[in-house]
Every structure is written in C-alpha cells, then in structure tokens.
Design a protein around this ligand. Structure first.
Ligand code: ADP
Ligand code: MG
Length: 622
C-alpha cells in the first residue's frame, strides 16, 4: 500500500479536543474497554453491510467474508483491528472521527470536563467510543475504504493532540483497519491471552467471527432466538453489556416471544442507571430492530414509544421484510402494530414485577419513574396502564414506602369521596405543611407527590376510577367532616374581622387576590391557597422558569381567626401600626415558605432581625 504525498492536516472539533485531553492524560483502571468499543464499531459496520447486501447490488469487494480480525504484535507494540464492514468515505471520516454531532455526546463531554473524569468508562454509551483508543495508544491510524463503488481508500492518523491528518491510500479493500501504537505502559494489550479474555467478557455476542492472530475466538449466538429456559442469568447480563455498551448489570430483564397477533421475539433490559436523571442529556432509543437475526435498524425509533427510550435490547420480527427501508418502516402499519404489542407486553411485565417484588419495583420507580410519568402525561393509548404503575409517598406511610392509586383507594374511608394529594418539594415539608392540619384531624390519607408532572397528570385525568383527584392546596376544598371543637378563649371579635382583612389586604396588596377566614386551619395562623387547576406544584415549576410569572398572584390567603397570633396582631395594629405591618408581612412570607414557594430572602432576613430586636428588647424592659 502506498501513501500519497498529499497529506492534509485538520483540527478536531472543540468537543473532541476536550474529550481527548481527558482520555489521553488521565489514568484509568478500566482501559481495557477500548477493545470492546473498537469491536463494537467493527460489528456495527458489518451489520450495516450485511443489511446493504440485501438491499443493494453494487457493493465494493462483494465477495469478502464478513469478519473481524485482531492482530497483535508484541515486538512492535501494536494492536490492529480490521473489519470488512461498510468503511468510510473521506467526508465520513472527517465527520465521524473529527467532530461530535449528537447533543447527548456533547453533554457527556461537558460532564467529564466538569470534573467527572472517572465516568469516562461510560464513553461507549454516549456515542464517542472510538476515542477510547487514545487511552492506550499514543498514535492511532485508521485505514478505510467505503463499500460504495468508485470510492478511494483513506488513512486517518492522529496522536490525539488537537489535530489529525488525512491522506489518500492505494490498495485498500473494503472495510476499516484501526492500528493502535500502544503506549509504553499499555503493552499488555498486545498480549493474546489478555485480549481473548477481554473479548470473552464483553464481546461474546458479536454476530460475526472474531479472529485473534488467526485463531477464531467466538461462537455466534442470537440469544433472543434461544429458549428462555436454556438461558442463564449470566448470559442475559453478558448480552446486555454487549447490546447496550454497558458495564453494569441490567436492573430488569424481559424476554418474550409471541406468535399471535404478530410474530416477535424480544429481549428488553432496564439498565441499572438512568443517565437522564444526572442531566446527561436526553437518551437515544436503545432497542435494535432485527428480522430473522439480521439487523434492520440500530437504535430504532419506531419500535417503541418515545417514553420507553431508556430500554435497551433487541426486537426481532420475521414479518419485517428484509429489504424494507428505514423510511418505509417508519410510520407503517406494521411498525404501529409492533409498537402496540411490545409496549403492552412490557407494561404487563412491569405490573407483574411490582406485584412480585415491591422493593425492586420501588428502585425502578425512583430511577425510571420520570419515563412512566412522561408516558402518562403524553400517551393516551397507554395512560390507564401507566397510572397503575405510578407510585407516591403517603401521609399514612413511612417515607421509604410507596403506594399506588389503587392501594390508596382500597384504604379510603367510607365517607371519603375523593382522592387527596399534595405536591411539595420534600417529605418533611409535606408532613409539616399547614394544608395537612385538617387532614390529620380527620385522619384522612393524603398522597404526596414531589414532581410537578404528577400535578399535570392529575389535572389531565381529573379522576381515577370515578374518584375525583384533588390537590389539598386548592381553595375550594370540601372536607367530609367537621374540624372538631374550637377553643373558646381565642375567639376573635366578630365585628372586627372585616376591618382586619381590609387592613391586611392594604399591606399585602397585589401579592394576594383574596383574604378570607379559614375553615381548615388548626395550628397555623395562616395559609396560602391556590386556584383550581394551578396547584402549588405547577406554580413552583413555572416559578423555576420565570420568577415574576410564578409570583403573579392568584393566591388566596386564609386566616385562622382562632389563632392567638391573629388575635394579638389585631390588638397590636392599634398600638404600634408600623410594627404590626412588619408582623403581617412576615406572616404572609411564612405561609409562602410553608407552601414551598420562594420568597425574597434578603428583605425577609432584615425584617426578621427587626422583629427579633423588638422581641428581645421588650422582654428585657418587662
Ligand atoms: P458510535 O459507535 O456510538 O457511533 P464511536 O465513537 O464509536 O461512536 O464511532 C463514531 C462513528 O465512527 C461511528 O458511528 C461510525 O460511523 C464511524 N466508525 C467507527 N468505527 C468504524 C468502523 N470500523 N467502520 C465504519 N465506521 C466506523
Ligand atoms: Mg462505537
């Protein structure tokens, strides 16, 4: 093979440079992952080619066998991996190995740059696995030629420091060869036994022969076509690692086959972790679509609803014509049927899991509940099933226990007509919330939610199995029974109530829409309530985006006229009006805080200081 004299030097995209900095310069314990990443790329390239061979005629070097070769040379300190896959054109080389296109991958790089370098072993899950080669090599060369007829061969070369070169190469056949010049401290990766061991660990499901220095090291098996009873837990875990580029074990494994109404075999995995939870960007769909063991489409978008994008695995259906194009599958009746059947079966599986092992399901819910909520909020087709899968904390249960709507309804008292819930930022706030006073008095259970999506879903559905769902921070709340005896001592003079409310409204102005007497408070002096359909949870969500908008007041302030503070405040306003105003403002801020809203803390701190000073001085003078 000859090198041409025209060598072009180019710079990596900014994100690639950042990534390489971390990959090249840090020390890792699991550097061996590069083997898996390069094999996975070779395997992807081969799967693409196998599919193209069915759909297209003009494939360069059509007679080449589809296989992966790894050649190790201890003397030279090289690791070479070649495949006979689709290869790359010059444009593809520049695009694929010089820039980062996906926003998810960019987020991942950002995450690493922010000091989470240890997570670099997740590299394969974020579409930048190729660069892991620079963990062990101080120079990487890629020889490649596209399957497209008439394309030339190219050599890409880089030391991982800001730039790479590209030049034309003669005499290359279809596919890609990656040459790693191993670093001084990475010579172990030129060792046959070491590499064979690594392949066993991560790549035993690669559907093409792998040869290491001429010796075949894998047998090919399509796990999903095997009988469930013949598959061990370890095999599933291995398969998961292969299919998901993952290093952990799956949290849940669902293997199913069906013949009616449509022939499907599928293995779906719930991963151990949900990376969306850590702000690592939106997950890409993770299920590959096969027909008769041939990969039709990787990371297929059309096979599952968007809200199941956290699942990894394979779906194989013989009913998909092998030569179907991505475009004609997308939006087809077949795609819709597959989606419906697989989603239905998976949700049924989740329901069974929840019944079988409550703790495991709780773990699932904590990590992946956001996807179930997203489905319930956006997908009418599966909403009823998804509602059954939702979990909540409850005022009647320990903080580590969760409950379903169904179980809540099962515990409802006879006279209770509706389902009550409260959204607060934390469990502690829920328990100590003034909204809860009346419910504790009447021994009524309240569901606690901590996600505004729950409020949104409850608003959307309105009721569950004919029982209205009501947020207890709303103004028009009817309780089944009375609050019980009120203490006589604190009774507020009736004829002064109107005047007091007017005075208070004068101070608070637009911060509240209405001030009125409370029928629900016991221990707290005041509470803020929200108009129907705009619960505290939703308002806080808005407030997080736009403070002004969130504070716009539709809030109702209810006063507990049986509270000594209110009675005394009424006396105080005739004695020291200025000080009484301060107390009134603080009373309102306290009510906001108790409801989980933001307040202007600097104003509040100054005000509290004044109040404290006055309190201390008055006690000393007394
Ligand atoms: P990912 O495999 O998740 O897309 P990588 O960083 O591993 O991310 O690879 C980037 C891209 O480079 C691949 O998507 C593919 O287009 C291209 N590529 C890498 N290795 C090969 C190969 N052996 N044959 C053909 N294309 C390859
Ligand atoms: Mg890859």
């Amino acid at each position: 093979m000859e090198r041409s004299s025209q060598r072009e030097t180019r710079s990596f995209g900014a994100e690639v440079q950042q990534l390489l900095n971390i990959v090249v310069n840090s020390l890792y314990t699991d550097r061996e992952i590069f083997v898996r990443e390069l094999i996975s790329n070779a395997s992807d390239a081969l799967e693409k080619l196998r599919y193209l061979k069915i759909t297209q005629k003009n494939i360069a070097d059509g007679e080449l066998p589809l296989e992966i070769k790894i050649d190790l040379n201890k003397n030279e300190g090289t690791f070479v991996i070649s495949d006979t896959g689709v290869g790359m054109t010059k444009e593809e080389l520049i695009e694929n190995l010089g820039t980062i296109a996906y926003s998810g991958s960019k987020k991942f790089v950002e995450h690493l740059v922010q000091g989470n370098e240890r997570d670099v072993n997740l590299i394969g899950q974020f579409g930048v696995g190729f660069y892991s080669a620079f963990m062990v090599a101080d120079r990487v060369e890629v020889y490649t030629r596209s399957y497209k007829q008439g394309e030339e061969g190219w050599i890409w070369s880089s030391c991982g420091a800001g730039t790479y070169t590209i030049e034309k190469a003669e005499g290359i056949t279809r596919g890609t060869k990656v040459v790693l010049y191993l670093k001084e401290d990475a010579q172990e990766f030129a060792d046959q036994n070491k590499i064979k061991e690594i392949i066993k660990k991560y790549s035993s499901f690669v559907p093409f022969p792998i040869f290491v220095n001429g010796e075949r090291v894998n047998t090919i098996k399509a796990l999903w076509t095997k009988n469930k009873n013949e598959i061990t837990k370890e095999e599933y875990a291995e398969f998961y690692k292969y299919i998901a580029n993952a290093y952990d074990d799956p949290l849940m494994t669902f293997h199913f086959t069906s013949d009616v109404p449509i022939s499907i075999s599928a293995i779906l995995f719930v991963p151990e972790e949900n990376f969306e939870r850590f702000g690592l960007g939106r997950l890409e769909p993770g299920v590959n679509l096969y027909s008769q063991k041939i990969l039709i489409q990787q990371k297929c978008e059309d096979i599952l609803p968007k809200w199941l994008r956290f699942l990894k695995g394979v779906v194989d259906s013989e009913e998909i014509p092998l030569n179907i194009s991505r475009e004609s599958f997308q939006g087809s009746a077949l795609a819709a049927r597959l989606k419906k059947v697989i989603t239905g079966r998976f949700l049924k599986f989740l329901k069974e899991q929840a019944e079988k092992d409550e703790n495991k399901y709780s773990e699932f819910w904590k990590k992946f509940g956001s996807f179930i909520r997203e489905g319930a909020a956006t997908d009418g087709d599966f909403r009823d099933d998804l509602l059954e899968l939702m979990r909540f904390q409850s005022s009647k249960l320990e903080p580590d226990k969760l409950t379903s709507l169904k179980d809540y309804v099962g515990r409802m008292k006879e006279e209770q007509k509706v389902i009550y819930y409260l959204n607060t930022p934390s469990r502690d706030m829920a328990d100590s919330s003034p909204y809860m006073e009346a419910f504790r008095r009447q021994d009524l259970e309240v569901l606690y939610t901590d996600d505004a999506a729950d409020d949104y879903i409850f608003n959307l559905i309105g009721d569950y199995k004919g029982k209205k769902i009501i947020s207890i921070d709303q103004e028009n709340l009817e309780l089944p029974g009375p609050l019980g005896e009120k203490s006589k001592d604190e009774v507020f003079p009736k004829d002064e109530m109107e005047d007091f409310k007017k005075w208070l409204k004068g101070i608070l102005g637009d911060k509240v829409s209405i001030i009125r007497e409370s029928k629900r408070l016991v221990e707290s002096p005041a509470v803020v309530l929200n108009p129907e359909g705009f619960t505290g949870g939703l308002q806080r969500a808005v407030q997080a985006i736009n403070r002004e908008l969130g504070m716009k007041s539709l809030k109702i302030l209810e006063i507990n006229f049986n509270h000594s503070l209110i009675k005394n405040l009424n006396i105080l306003r005739n004695k020291d009006e200025q000080f009484a105003e301060k107390i009134a403002e603080q009373l309102f801020d306290n009510a906001l805080l108790a409801a989980g809203f933001l307040v202007d803390t600097s104003t509040m701190v100054n005000r509290i200081s004044e109040i404290l000073e006055k309190a201390v001085t008055s006690i000393i003078i007394d």
